[in-house]
Design a protein around this ligand. Structure first.
Ligand code: GLN
Length: 607
């Protein structure tokens, strides 16, 4: 199926092909060789999918679109203090080639106009100008995701005619902004402007900025995260020359344009956009490029100040331990306790990327529920990541609830680093840290135990088979026959008592002491626990209904002793006393009915 995004871009391209206002830049003679009709659009997502329309493969020289990336490189190499001491961050309101410095500071006003850009190039790390050039080329290659070549004829053309830029470079030398040879820095600047890209490359370079400095496909870090906001801020205020104010007003994305007709726009955390169309308006910006960005911004609300989401989207379903109890079969006292208190276990399913606004909303809901809450389970299965400040807030709320006797535990994090790293970083000194469970069943069982109270112990052992619910109603004389056929087995913690898929084992197990887990194997090699059983409970009884293949694995959680009966022995006793079979089948049916009821209740809670 064709993506509607692709259809939209094709239509957008089609609707602007006829827009032929503006003219090619001609002050660099080589640039006049471009076809004025070339027109390509590319949009790249944060997971590295590139949509393109029009002449997406047409290469052109990057020109001023290189400036934010070289600025990024200088910040990475020299640090913000040194770079800021040489170059300002104020919009100039002047043309890109203005021969001026800030009268107060004596520094170029910003790195997006030529004066600031040439100074920036001179600041990039490297022992001499050729090492600096290597650094620039490899850094811009990292943003694009592959090496970029220089268009030698455009480079020579600009170098042969760039007298105005020479004047700017000597001015920078005169005022002590450039330390070394200003002409060597200028040649590197001309070369950086002559790197060849297509609009898809531009979109990837923009997407790398949108993605916090990491290329969405190669996963290479092109820029330390701490500098990304700085680069985007300068682009937002100065990227479109003396059109920057109107641009932010109408389009609202950090952007940068160049005289060859390229424009990049960045929607942080969402998209990188690259456009190429060489006809420029009088301010030096691509006419169609501006129009494309205006339409995208309007049609997809891509303005950085617009917001589609609502904090409440971070919180999905809420239910309680009464709606969805653990799958363990509780013994009588525990069951009684759960009937009246299980609703005090609160499950909250969280969604998406958790930032401060979403977590504020979640915490407010938790406080609201806290009057009767005994524990909270925050299910993070659908969470993609947590910001550091959001993790700090969650940690604080966990601790303050904890001091009041309400536990806050996490479930289903599954070792995802975008969650575990911020959560661990948020744990403060002297704090025991957070508790997290592989699945909700384990989490809710822990909360149920806590509700029941650590002081009250579950029954230690069941000594008579007659105490098992399975044999309820079997006449005493028949029980004696059953007891005579029994064998006792002991298992160590971790032993697999039966294995899923195993064929031909027809034993029925009755737990005398200890605890077992019933596990269903999942495709990825992990297990899903469907029940936990203790003394007086049984498993493997499905053989009595003719099921010969084990459907689940039963694993000893503790040391376990079981009384074990061969189904054949039961059949032998029942052949003389059919009432045994009748009573057992009745009990089995009752058991199945209550499992079904529980499952239905679960499904209703999840629906
Ligand atoms: N190389 C060009 C110059 O310095 C870049 C200018 C631009 O793209 N705005 O004039």
């Amino acid at each position: 199926m064709r993506s509607p995004i692709q259809t939209y871009l094709d239509e957008l391209h089609q609707s602007l092909v006829g827009l032929d206002e503006g003219a090619l830049a001609d002050y660099i003679p080589e640039l006049t060789k471009a076809s004025p009709d070339w027109f390509g659009i590319s949009v790249v997502t944060m997971d590295g999918v590139a949509y393109t329309a029009g002449n997406a493969d047409q290469t052109f020289t990057i020109q001023s679109v290189s400036k934010p990336f070289v600025y990024a490189t200088a910040l990475a190499d020299r640090g913000v203090d040194i770079v800021s001491s040489k170059i300002g961050v104020e919009p100039s309101g002047d043309a890109f080639n203005s021969i001026s410095l800030d009268p107060q500071t004596g520094a170029p006003r910003n790195p997006m106009i030529n004066a600031g850009a040439i100074a920036t190039t001179s600041l990039v790390g490297g022992a001499d100008s050729s090492a600096q050039w290597q650094r620039i080329a490899s850094s811009l290659g990292a943003f694009a995701g592959h090496d970029l070549a220089v268009d030698e004829s455009v480079y020579h053309s600009e170098s042969a005619t760039g007298f105005r830029n020479r004047a700017i470079a000597w001015m920078l030398k005169n005022f002590g902004v450039v330390d070394g040879d200003p002409m060597a820095a200028l040649e590197n600047y001309f070369r950086q402007c002559s790197l060849l890209v297509d609009c898809r490359d531009l979109a990837f370079m923009a997407a790398t900025l949108a993605n916090g400095g990491i290329h969405p496909v190669t996963s290479q870090r092109a820029l330390p995260a701490e500098h990304v906001e700085r680069v985007l801020s300068v682009m937002a205020t100065c990227g479109m020359y003396n059109y920057a104010g109107s641009w932010l007003f109408e389009v609202g994305m950090p952007a940068k344009s160049g005289v060859s007709g390229g424009i990049i726009a960045v929607l942080p955390g969402r998209f990188g956009i690259g456009i190429f169309s060489p006809r420029l308006d009088i301010k030096g910006n691509s006419v169609r490029g501006i129009e494309v960005c205006k339409r995208l911004s309007r049609d997809f609300s891509m303005h950085v100040f617009s917001r589609d989401g609502h904090p409440s989207m971070a919180l999905g379903r809420i239910y309680t331990g009464a709606d969805a109890p653990s799958r363990r079969q509780p013994f009588a006292e525990m069951r009684a306790c759960l009937v009246s208190h299980a609703h005090r276990i609160k499950y909250l399913c969280l969604h998406g990327y958790l930032a401060v606004d979403g977590v504020e909303y979640i915490i407010r809901k938790m406080i609201h529920m806290s009057t009767d809450a005994h524990s909270f389970i925050l299910d993070l299965h659908q969470v993609d990541g947590i910001s550091d400040c959001a993790a700090r807030l969650l940690n604080e709320v966990r601790q303050s609830f904890g001091r009041n006797g309400t536990a806050v535990v996490f479930s289903r994090i599954h070792a995802r680093r975008a969650i575990t790293v911020p959560l661990k970083r948020a744990v403060t000194r002297g704090d025991r840290g957070y508790l997290s469970f592989e699945d909700n069943d384990l989490a809710v069982e822990w909360c149920e135990n806590r509700l029941f109270g650590e002081t009250e112990q579950p029954p230690q052992a069941v000594t008579s088979l007659a105490d098992c619910l399975f044999f309820k109603g079997v006449p005493v004389e028949l029980m004696q026959k059953v007891e005579a056929a029994i064998k006792v087995y002991a298992f160590a913690p971790g032993d697999h008592i039966v294995k899923a898929g195993q064929v031909g084992d027809s034993r029925v197990f009755f737990i005398e002491s200890g605890q077992v887990s019933v596990l269903v194997p999942l495709q990825d090699g992990a297990h899903h626990r469907i029940a936990s059983l203790g003394p007086g409970m049984n498993f493997g009884e499905m053989v009595l209904l003719g099921q010969t293949t084990r459907s689940a694995t039963v694993c000893a959680d503790t040391a376990v002793t079981c009384r074990v009966l061969e189904s054949r022995d039961l059949d032998n006793i029942a052949s003389e006393a059919p009432v045994l079979k009748i009573v057992l089948l009745e009990n089995l049916a009752g058991n199945l009915a209550s499992s079904l009821r529980r499952a239905t209740q679960w499904i209703a809670a999840l629906a």
